[in-house]
Design a protein around this ligand. Structure first.
Ligand code: DO4
Ligand code: MG
Length: 285
């Protein structure tokens, strides 16, 4: 089941169920005005199955604009959860290398704050590359949607945009490499009702297009993540509460070669086989 937030010219943001590639069901007449109460329920899929009835209006996906699939949750990110990410980061950073090596093996994961909900970019909106960076990459990541009790209730696709030269220069610059205007994209919708075992079978694919031509493609599998989702969620909720829930990016396993940097007007396409596709153009910020 795919739950989305959407908008058209006449109405404010509404909640819908994506039925297929071209149709969505508007849940407004059923009294669903926000995602949060559903995400707080123990059985959101069962609840949605009860709500969905023949009478709800069907809309063409092409005629609405999808909004980022979160409301007031903070967005956090895990790092160095794939061997590929560890290797790339050890290579980019001379005196930071051992930190990456250690965190990959340690019990405590790397977790960092990524974005406020209102700063998240939706499908189709530009993701940013910093004007003061010379090496910028997308990080295609599975995002866990956690409710206020830390329970995994769904997934979406995330792009943890990163300035690798700034990150590599000094570990203390990580917040500047990771948190800036338009540095976090989420979408296109939330996938509900898949257990971790199913999600671990999903493929993640990245394609970067420049003037219509693919200039980088890469692929990995969610199964390559070293840590369990419960483990990541438990650490995030240690000594910290999230009354509105949280979204947690799970790290990247696809890293373009060191000679590659994004440019303005590139198109970043991230596909997660169990969810869909998140596409964003690139702009300098
Ligand atoms: O420590 C650097 C960030 C790691 C990261 O974002 C990732 O592995 O995805
Ligand atoms: Mg990342």
């Amino acid at each position: 089941m795919n739950l989305c937030r959407f908008k058209d010219q006449q109405h404010p943001v509404r909640i819908g169920l994506v039925l297929d590639d071209s149709t969505l069901l508007d849940l407004t007449p059923a009294g669903v005005l926000e995602m949060q109460p559903l995400l707080e329920s123990d059985e959101p899929v069962a609840q949605l199955n009860q709500i969905v009835s023949e009478g709800l209006p069907r809309l063409a996906l092409a005629e609405v604009r999808l909004c980022a699939p979160l409301e007031r949750q903070e967005v956090w990110a895990a790092g160095v959860t794939y061997l590929r990410s560890k290797a790339a980061r050890m290579h980019e950073s001379d005196f930071g290398a051992t930190a990456y090596d250690r965190v990959y093996a340690a019990e405590r994961p790397e977790l960092f704050f990524k974005s406020l909900a209102e700063k998240v970019v939706a499908a189709g909106e530009p993701v940013g590359i910093r004007a003061d960076a010379r090496w910028s990459v997308p990080e295609p990541e599975l995002a866990l949607v956690l409710n206020s009790r830390g329970r995994l209730v769904g997934y979406t696709i995330g792009n943890d945009m990163s300035a690798r030269d700034i990150e590599g220069e000094n570990l203390l610059y990580l917040p500047q490499a990771k948190i800036y205007e338009h540095s976090c994209a989420l979408g296109p919708w939330l996938r509900l009702g898949a257990p971790e075992s199913a999600a671990r079978e999903w493929a993640i694919r990245l394609a970067i297009r420049r003037q219509g031509q693919a200039v980088f493609t890469g692929q990995t599998s969610v199964g390559q993540i070293k840590r369990g989702f419960d483990d990541l969620a438990r650490f995030l909720f240690r000594s910290q509460s999230f009354p509105r829930g949280a979204v947690l990016l799970t790290g990247t396993g696809i890293v373009p070669p060191d000679t590659f940097t994004l440019q303005a007007q590139d198109l970043v396409e991230i596909e997660v086989s169990g969810i869909g596709r998140l596409e964003n153009p690139v702009a300098v910020v």
